[in-house]
Design a protein around this ligand. Structure first.
Ligand SMILES: Nc1ncnc2c1ncn2[C@@H]1O[C@H](COP(=O)(O)OP(=O)(O)OP(=O)(O)O)[C@@H](O)[C@H]1O
Length: 213
């Protein structure tokens, strides 16, 4: 199976930092749920930023469906991310000034679509992930677990082809974690490539493959 998302010979270091990735190559196929594991500080989040086009590699390529995407301009990157990617940040990264619903609908601003349909799907995702908040609430006062659930709704809205998730179950109880993994698995069965950074052995066990960094 050819990889939907691939890294080819990736090299990266932060300014004045030691190299985190050198000639790093991996493929993530449509239908797969892959765990990226490794000790703290090894560069797992950085790898997701590179695969998600939030950082540019010093060398090598990121390819989506065989096409190099690491050197697209800002506007093309933003559009591609909105249309094809779902990203779960480690700290949820919600906009406190906007409502829960608007946070979930954020990426729809950058793609064509039916706003009412998207809002209905967002509410369905909130229900599924147990976001026990009004859609018009501001996320300022929510718990870490609720913030993570909201971030998951945002990542899954729009049925992305690539899901990059950084410790997506870190703040969730085991029952809620299962709901999340089931949702990722469903997206994979529909054709997405799913990459999950995690330290959780139970989550790794539910993935198809583990890539230790
Ligand atoms: N913006 C930055 N500028 C400089 N150094 C950074 C930056 N972000 C991360 N680092 C450093 O790069 C290294 C890798 O960080 P990264 O967050 O990718 O690791 P990680 O494997 O995801 O860690 P964890 O499991 O603790 O989340 C760390 O040493 C970190 O301090």
């Amino acid at each position: 199976m050819t990889a939907r998302l691939a890294a080819s010979g990736l090299g990266f270091r932060y300014e004045a930092g030691t190299p985190l990735l050198e000639e790093w190559t991996a493929g993530f196929s449509s239908g797969e749920v892959v765990a990226v594991t490794g000790p703290s500080g090894r560069g797992k989040s950085t790898l997701l930023y590179l695969l998600g086009l939030m950082l540019a590699p010093a060398s090598g390529e990121v390819l989506l469906d065989g096409r190099p995407i690491h050197s697209l301009g800002d506007a093309a990157c933003a559009r591609l991310r909105a249309e094809r990617y779902g990203f779960v940040f480690q700290d949820a990264a919600l906009d406190q000034s906007r409502t829960v619903l608007d946070n979930i609908l954020e990426t729809t601003l950058y793609r064509r679509g039916d706003r009412r349909r998207d809002a209905r799907l967002a509410r369905e995702l909130m229900e599924r992930f147990g976001v026990a908040l009004r859609a018009d609430a501001k996320p300022g006062q929510v718990s870490g677990g609720q913030a993570q659930r909201i971030a998951l709704c945002r990542a899954l809205l729009g049925d992305p082809d690539v899901i990059l998730a950084d410790e997506p179950t870190g703040n969730l109880d085991p029952g809620s974690s299962d709901v999340v993994v089931d949702a990722f698995r469903e997206r994979a069965v529909s054709g997405a490539a799913v990459v999950i950074v995690t330290h959780d052995p139970a989550l790794v066990a539910r993935c198809d493959r583990e890539i230790p960094l």
